[in-house]
Ligand binder design. Structure first.
Ligand SMILES: [Zn+2]
Length: 254
């Protein structure tokens, strides 16, 4: 499968508006890999184009990456940086599957749903731990948080398995850890570099997690301006084999 990292920023994107920290100042003047739109990833599966999350920047991301066809949108969270751009699809020219767990869908409907989207999208509910199986591909979501409906998922194509964590915390269930074991690629949200981070797993913890679960490859994404800039982060992870820092527009094959 081909994986395109459309946006790789955390909730604020980089540069963050109204921020004059060193990271944001550099991103403003140098651009390139230092600048990050909020997180969205396109999984190109055999016969099925799946977009994970629709951040507020999704219109620009779809245009920039020349995306003209989608089969499904999988939503992992109801927070603005993950779903804020869904209304951009009101005028999409084809029907799209909308994969969301039921309680998550209810939350999305409260703020982000419209009659046009209702017309266009087929709601396909997913359930943590239960496989959505289509042909040679299966998707299994898992709970990334204890109390809030936020989900990571595994995508398996033939014998290859990719885990995408979304807004996960450092403290994972044993189930989630077991689930990640020996995967071919682990994609982890790491807004901050090291603990103590407020809400989500950090770079340092993700490297440890990768080691513990034996993932063959690790990609860090969902990076905040409080984290290190892209070039510094890249230099840091170079000491670990098969670890990469995502940037907007990065494409990998698994
Ligand atoms: Zn900043």
């Amino acid at each position: 499968m081909k994986i395109t990292f459309l946006g790789t920023g955390a909730a604020q994107g980089i540069p963050a508006i109204n921020c004059d920290c060193e990271h944001c100042t550099r991103a403003r003047s140098e651009g390139g890999k230092l600048a990050r739109e909020r997180s969205a990833v396109l999984f190109s599966l055999p016969g099925y184009e799946l977009l994970a999350d629709t951040p507020p920047d999704v219109r620009i991301l779809v245009l920039k990456n020349n995306i003209t066809h989608l089969d499904g949108i999988l939503v992992t969270s109801s927070s603005y940086d993950h779903i804020g751009g869904i209304k951009e699809f009101e005028y999409w020219r084809e029907n799209v599957d909308f994969l969301a767990e039921d309680t998550l869908f209810e939350l999305i409907k409260q703020e982000h749903w419209t009659p046009r989207l209702e017309e266009l999208m087929f709601h396909v509910p997913y359930y943590p731990g239960a496989s959505l199986y289509f042909g040679e591909v299966s998707i299994v979501p898992f709970a990334a948080r204890q109390r809030r409906p936020i989900f990571g998922f595994s995508i398996k194509e033939k014998d290859r398995r990719v885990i995408y964590t979304s807004d996960t915390q450092g403290r994972l269930t044993n189930y989630a850890r077991h689930f990640m074991r020996n995967c071919d690629l682990l994609i982890v949200n790491t807004p901050a570099f090291e603990p103590p981070a407020q809400e989500q797993i950090t770079v340092v913890e993700a490297l440890r997690l990768r080691e513990a679960v034996g993932a063959k490859r690790l990609i860090l994404t969902h990076i905040d301006h409080l984290n290190r800039p892209h070039d510094e982060l890249e230099r840091y992870v170079r000491q670990y084999p098969e670890v990469a820092v995502a940037y907007d527009g990065m494409v990998v094959e698994v």
